[in-house]
Design a protein. Sequence first.
Length: 122
Amino acid sequence: MKQKTLAKNVTLKGVGLHTGVKVQATFKPAETGSGIRFIRTDLNPRVEIKAAADCVKDGTAVSRCTSVASQEITIHTVEHAMSALAGLGISNAIIEINANELPGLDGSSLDYVKAFRKAGIV
């Protein structure tokens, strides 16, 4: 299967659905074979979390969402962005996020899909 990524950076801003925190997430192109990776830019040093089954965190403080974690660092409500990426066949991307939850936007994957299509898929 041919791997795909974004053609250029795309930034989405909003509020976390569960935390109510203002957040900015920038989705960037990534090298073939690198997968989907989240980078918490609000932390020093920055923390990278793979979007992989072994990083899914259960029993977090935020319920009714999918969370990924690396040790004690967590990112919540990844399911809308991940659904959009998977649905569009995007297998490699870097997601830089400045909070612990992705923006809720309209509460679905639609705004993510629109943004990714506008950025282009290669």
